[in-house]
Design a binder for this molecule. Structure first.
Ligand code: 13P
Ligand code: SF4
Length: 297
């Protein structure tokens, strides 16, 4: 199967991108793994004709918006993101109407339609920077209330009004889970994604995007880490820091949508050139403005 994937990749001049939460086999056969920001940047610059995006749908859609002339494929179009689904374009319009003139920042975990009607997008890697640089004391932030609250704590001089969405995977990680693991591993550092609830982030020593966590762990002089994020990332931690040990905070931290990506579906996707990500030109054009600002940070 690996050989066939390699042949098809060459034949179609395709590049395979895999998010850090996908299953280990896919991470290992991808040309690039990374966080949302890194993969967006790669997608915007690649000279491949075909981008196969192993991740959830908004990530593949982001690749299409940033490289509209390329064919963008996703191995399973049903890999959605429940957090992105908490806000529709109708709900966004009502939210904006409640605060006329207030700029809107959208987390990249949103649909193209949402991106096409906001000022700028951000990822977990650059959210604080993006919001800090907005020329307004008040900012609307959609859709993650935990990331929005985290940004607000980093920039107390700004008022962040958040949409009430969250990631079900990170929202299930509890402060009591962290406290229990800290009792068992008193020397371990707590590493968390900013999509975790505030009481979990309060206990964290490192808060970063998925690739940010990989770098921080690699550069740390500590050897044990309690991991508060989707467990697929532990594969990258172990690859980048093989001498260190990782304690999963809670076995429930699995994103079922990321796990819809499999090597079998990737092969099928390259063989049949499906599922292709397509969007209307007008949505792509408007969403591109918010995403192009995002990748500058
Ligand atoms: P990163 O941008 O940090 O990789 O996170 C994406 C995501 O979906 C986290 O749940
Ligand atoms: Fe969406 Fe959460 Fe899965 Fe990330 S981990 S893709 S935010 S459901």
């Amino acid at each position: 199967m690996l050989q066939r994937i390699a042949e098809l990749k060459k034949e179609k001049n395709a590049v395979i991108l895999a998010h850090n939460y996908t299953c280990p086999e896919l991470q290992d056969l991808a040309d690039h793994t990374g966080d949302s920001l890194e993969l967006s940047r790669i997608a915007s610059k690649t000279d491949a004709d075909v981008i196969v995006f192993c991740g959830v749908h908004f990530m593949a859609e982001t690749a299409k918006i940033l490289s509209p002339e390329k064919t963008v494929l996703i191995p399973d179009k049903n890999a959605g993101c429940p957090m992105a689904d908490t806000i529709t374009i109708e709900k966004l319009r009502l939210f904006k109407a409640m605060y006329p003139g207030v700029p809107v920042v959208a987390y990249v975990n949103t649909t193209a339609a949402i991106k096409s009607e906001v000022n700028v997008c951000c990822t977990s890697a650059n959210a604080v920077n993006v919001v800090r640089n907005i020329d307004s004391d008040t900012v609307l932030f959609v859709p993650d209330r935990h990331l929005g609250a985290y940004i607000g704590r980093q920039i107390p001089e700004k008022k962040i009004i958040c949409w009430d969405g969250c990631c079900p995977v990170h929202n299930r990680i509890l402060a009591t889970d962290v406290i229990n693991k800290k009792k068992m591993y008193p020397g371990a550092l707590v590493v968390a994604h900013p999509e975790c609830p505030a009481d979990v982030l309060e206990l964290a020593d490192i808060i970063a995007s998925t690739s940010g966590m990989i770098r921080e762990i690699k550069n740390s002089d500590k050897n044990e880490f309690i991991i508060c994020t989707e467990r697929g990332l532990i594969h990258q931690f172990a690859k980048n820091s093989p001498e260190k040990s990782f304690i999963n905070v809670n076995p429930v931290n699995v994103c079922p949508n990321m796990k819809k990506m499999t090597p079998e579906k990737l092969l099928h996707c390259l063989e049949t050139m499906t599922d292709e990500v397509v969007r209307e030109d007008s949505v792509i054009k408007n969403a591109a403005k918010a995403l192009e600002r995002m990748i500058l940070y």
